[in-house]
Design a protein around this ligand. Structure first.
Ligand SMILES: [Zn+2]
Length: 159
């Protein structure tokens, strides 16, 4: 896939349309509309696939890291002498857990869009907005940039 900013210039030099460049063949007039539609569907599908992959990675990281956190805290609780050192180690374990939690959250923001419950506008919030938003699984309480209302926005994988 050529860089989008070079696409028009490239087509001009080659004497082809953007459509022909992307589908890799000469297109007759009557096939044109059909080809365009096929390409759009293909692009939407590949975007959805990519987003599915990101969400799978996010869930894997979330589950593995929460599992490890629980095991580590249990070990600290049962194997260490009660006291200040034990508390400090437990705090350390929780701080280390913040690293995969942060990676998981970044993956969630990158995958697809959040859909406003009020106006059904689909948008990508900033990492900071997502970090501060209450959530149930990947459904988050966010402010819609279109209608300005705060609703429980569902995660959707395509526009
Ligand atoms: Zn809205």
């Amino acid at each position: 896939m050529p860089d989008a900013s070079l696409m028009l210039e490239l087509c001009e030099i080659l004497g082809v349309t953007v459509n022909e460049l992307l589908s890799g063949e000469k297109i007759e007039r009557e096939d044109y509309k059909k080809k365009t539609e096929e390409l759009l569907v293909e692009m939407a599908q590949s975007e959805e696939e990519k987003n599915k992959g990101l969400l799978t990675a996010m869930w894997t990281i979330t589950i593995v890291s929460i599992g490890s956190l629980v095991v580590a805290l249990l070990l600290v609780y049962y194997l260490m002498e009660p006291g200040i050192v034990q508390i400090l180690v437990a705090i350390g374990v929780v701080i280390v857990f913040l690293i995969p939690a942060n990676i998981g959250l970044k993956l969630e923001v990158q995958a697809g869009y959040y859909e406003c419950k009020n106006c059904h506008h689909k948008f990508i919030p900033t990492y900071r907005e997502v970090l501060g938003a209450a959530h149930i699984s990947t459904t988050r309480y966010l402010k819609c940039p279109e209608c300005g209302k705060r609703t429980w926005c569902k995660k959707v994988l395509k526009k």
